[in-house]
Design a protein around this ligand. Structure first.
Ligand SMILES: Nc1ncnc2c1ncn2[C@@H]1O[C@H](COP(=O)(O)OP(=O)(O)OP(=O)(O)O)[C@@H](O)[C@H]1O
Ligand SMILES: [Mg+2]
Length: 252
């Protein structure tokens, strides 16, 4: 089943067409990687899907509903969560509290709990579960700002998960990580991809990560999708090699 579908989705900045008539269908349960050189339009695509930016033209449908141009909070409420390319946490807040507050505000916003002790306990329980899932059990009491870069990225994914998304968009989750940290992030994403009812779309430059995880690869170049299919077919696609894999710095 198609979870997310864009048709002719376009975002221009003045004369620059960052996302150019993109037709993308994300199937439920399939881990999709979006790749492409710097400036290809990957982050902008996420931004127009999640309501951070309004598209210039085209449509976004999620679970059959037209969500084009909805503001971010309305998109989140419908079940799309995301992480950002740059870190984005409250450095002075402990990890556990960050997650707990995120869960609680989601439960309240969606009318699932009232501001009561019971609601607060439910949120704390869910935050504990997220800590375990993210491999952060030992760090719950630490201030976010004191965590390693890799653990901060994990907390950010936890904040997105606190909204109980059906679709999780991750923008370069392994950027700036060493080999071991990257391997840990890959294990975590593998777990997320098999989480009940969650579909993951990943923007990633590290081809080892892409080929370790992706069931499907979408290649963007100059705002357009130039290839879309299973990893083997994309790897062997000459247009992709030319546009992307052969470029200096493509594997950063
Ligand atoms: N807010 C903005 N205003 C003007 N131009 C923008 C804006 N955001 C992105 N762009 C331009 O749109 C194009 C696509 O950028 P985008 O950030 O989507 O690329 P990307 O594929 O995510 O690249 P990277 O791999 O470097 O993260 C680039 O030319 C960029 O300079
Ligand atoms: Mg980007």
């Amino acid at each position: 089943m198609t979870l997310l579908e864009t048709s002719e989705l376009t975002k221009s900045f003045g004369r620059m067409v960052a996302v150019d008539r993109v037709d993308l269908a994300v199937r439920e349960g399939e881990l999709t990687a979006v790749i492409g050189p710097n400036g290809a339009g990957k982050t902008t695509l996420f931004n127009v899907v999640t309501g951070k930016l309004r598209p210039t033209a085209g449509q976004v449908r999620f679970r059959g509903e037209d969500i084009t141009g909805l503001p971010p909070h309305a998109v989140i409420r419908r079940g799309i969560g995301r992480s950002f390319q740059v870190t984005n946490l409250f450095p002075e807040l402990p990890v556990f509290d960050s997650l707990r507050v995120a869960v609680l505000s989601h439960l309240r916003l969606t009318g699932q709990v009232l501001p009561t002790h019971r609601g607060a306990r439910a949120a704390a329980g869910e935050a504990e579960q997220l800590l375990r899932e993210l491999g952060l059990e030992a760090h719950g009491g630490r201030l976010c700002g004191t965590l390693s870069h890799a653990d901060q990225r994990a907390v950010e994914i936890g904040l997105a998960l606190a909204g109980r998304p059906r679709l999780l968009l991750l923008d370069e989750p392994t950027a700036g990580m060493g080999l071991e940290e990257t391997a840990a992030m890959v294990r975590m994403m593998h777990g997320l991809a098999h989480r009940n009812g969650l579909t993951v779309v990943l923007v990633e430059h590290d081809m080892d990560v892409v080929f370790a995880l992706a069931e499907r690869i979408v290649v963007m170049h100059q705002g357009r999708i130039i290839a879309d299919g299973p990893p083997e077919s994309v790897r062997d696609n000459p247009g992709v090699r030319e546009a992307y894999l052969g470029e200096p710095g493509a594997g950063r």
